[in-house]
Design a protein around this ligand. Structure first.
Ligand SMILES: [Zn+2]
Length: 150
């Protein structure tokens, strides 16, 4: 898969709640506006803005940008499902963005260090086999190309 294609699942399980993942243009949903994405916690939707291509310096990394936005919205969903989405003592955007940015490296550290349970490792292994092809591309679901941005 080329880097100017973004592929993601149709939905994701967040602490037992199924959140649908939708790719739409910002002007189709008022709450999305110019944002890269939004987590609609009560309707269990993670909505990514097709039109959002971020900082012009990131245009070459369209796929990575969309993946980071998706991780960011998933972290918001985790906060909501954990009941910590409206804690006034925490800058939730800062923490959410930090987790979205660092979590892939954290997962690798957890794997390297042997810090994950057998159950977690089994789930990761099963997901890799079921949902990814031999080149680690997600097998199906939502797809947008950079050229699809209006
Ligand atoms: Zn946010």
């Amino acid at each position: 898969m080329k880097d100017n294609h973004f592929v993601c699942a149709d939905n994701v399980n967040v602490l037992g709640a199924t959140y649908s993942i939708k790719l739409i243009n910002g002007d189709e949903r008022e709450s999305l506006g110019e944002n890269g994405g939004i987590c609609e916690c009560f309707s269990k939707e993670l909505i990514l803005n097709n039109k959002f291509d971020g900082d012009p310096r990131c245009v070459a990394n369209f796929n990575d940008l969309k993946k980071k936005v998706l991780r960011h919205e998933i972290v918001h969903a985790y906060c909501f499902e954990s009941g910590v989405d409206s804690n006034e003592d925490i800058d939730s955007e800062l923490v959410t963005d930090w987790i979205a940015h660092q979590s892939p490296k954290m997962f690798i550290s957890f794997l390297e260090a042997g810090a994950l349970s057998k159950d977690t490792l089994r789930k990761i292994s099963d997901l890799l086999v079921e949902r990814y092809d031999d080149d680690y591309n997600l097998k199906r679901s939502n797809i947008i190309k950079k050229g699809d941005i209006c």
